[in-house]
Ligand binder design. Structure first.
Ligand SMILES: NC(=O)c1ccc[n+]([C@@H]2O[C@H](COP(=O)([O-])OP(=O)(O)OC[C@H]3O[C@@H](n4cnc5c(N)ncnc54)[C@H](O)[C@@H]3O)[C@@H](O)[C@H]2O)c1
Ligand SMILES: O=C(O)C(=O)C[C@]1(C(=O)O)C=C[C@@H](O)C=C1
Length: 305
């Protein structure tokens, strides 16, 4: 057992998966939970998601040695203000928000003296949300990034790391602004592109009645899965990682215009060189063993052109 009592505030995909992953390995003595909506609390009780569902955040965090905020990033500050007076001295306060600088700015001022605040972000999820969407293996072999600062207590950090490792994750540490830039590239901008592509296809379908979505191939199906993600969560992600996302989208637009121009002018060499470069990146990832989920089909060994 790593913590005697863990309190999860917000009972959706990530909190539910944490509760089940902790139970799988016996990592916590007791897990309490609170969510704002009565319906969510009732569902969590019915499916036995945590050991005790509480009707207030204050009750859930009382006596907890770890409290994890599992709510949309836009409300992290309000929730922190709400629970702050009830946190046990010496406990650790963490979160799982998809953006980090905004969460630190919103939560930090409410953290009482003697409470260890260590932000975190598991790089694992699905397009589903709510208490029934969690599953115990969500974090297996996925990264969880912890965001300590120079003052972070090393013992509290080691304990939180052990919890995430116990839940199946590989753990690394990262500075908050760097985290937000990296995630803008790997997660936030790709989500916006998927949302846009699905929106474009939907508009087209209305205009041409051409069954674009019905006959969509695998790549586009992946876009529709991503575009089905929770609107509240993603609205908050973009509003709280504004600069980094706009920076990446600016670069993306420049490249897109260059490709657009190559298509219009029939510049096949530009297209071929570009696609050759991006293919090499994908193969490099697989050869470095960094994508354990990617089916290789023996292509990298055959070295086909
Ligand atoms: N879904 C993903 O892929 C993913 C992955 C990693 C991190 N995250 C982050 O994890 C957090 C939770 O995401 P999720 O996917 O579990 O969302 P979710 O929608 O499944 O769950 C959110 C929960 O928070 C509750 N909630 C909302 N406002 C609240 C408030 N003011 N007080 C108390 N409870 C409140 C909701 O009732 C719900 O139970 C977000 O910050 C998100 O950015 C999500
Ligand atoms: O797999 C998915 O459905 C996800 O979108 C998960 C994903 C991601 O972009 O990789 C989404 C947001 C998170 O903050 C972390 C993980």
């Amino acid at each position: 057992m790593i913590y005697e009592r863990v309190a999860l505030i917000g009972l959706g995909l990530i909190a539910g998966s944490m509760a089940l992953a902790m139970r799988r390995r016996g990592l916590a003595g007791e897990v309490t939970g609170y969510a704002r909506s009565q319906v969510t609390r009732d569902t969590a009780r019915r499916i036995g998601l945590v050991d005790r569902v509480c009707d207030s955040a204050a009750e859930a965090v009382a006596g907890a040695d770890l409290v994890v905020l599992c709510v949309p990033v836009g409300v992290m500050g309000d929730v922190a203000a709400d629970i702050a007076p009830h946190l046990a001295p010496g406990c650790t306060l963490s979160d799982v928000g998809s953006t980090k600088r905004a969460v630190i700015d919103a939560v930090g001022p409410h953290v009482p003296q003697g409470v260890h605040f260590i932000p975190a972000h598991p790089l694992a999820g699905t397009e589903h949300s709510g208490p029934e969407s969690g599953f115990a293996t969500l974090f297996d072999n996925r990264w969880c990034l912890l965001v300590p600062d120079a003052d972070t207590d090393p013992d509290a950090l080691a304990r939180l790391r052990a919890l995430w490792e116990g839940m199946g994750a590989n753990v690394d540490t990262m500075e908050a602004d760097h985290h937000d830039l990296v995630l803008a590239v790997t997660s936030h901008a790709p989500h916006l592109i998927a949302y846009t592509m699905v929106g474009v296809a939907d508009d087209l379908r209305r205009v041409t009645d051409s069954e674009v979505i019905k006959y969509s191939a695998a790549g586009f199906r992946d876009f529709t899965r991503i575009a089905a993600s929770d609107p509240t969560m993603w609205r908050d992600v973009f509003l709280t990682n504004k600069e980094a996302t706009l920076e990446i989208l600016g670069r993306f637009t420049e490249e897109l215009f260059a490709l657009q121009r190559a298509i219009r002018t029939g510049d096949g060499a530009h297209l071929f060189d570009y696609f050759t470069r991006t293919r090499a990146i994908r193969r490099g990832i697989i050869e470095a063993g960094q994508d354990t989920e990617a089916p290789d089909f023996g292509r990298t060994k055959r070295g086909d052109a």
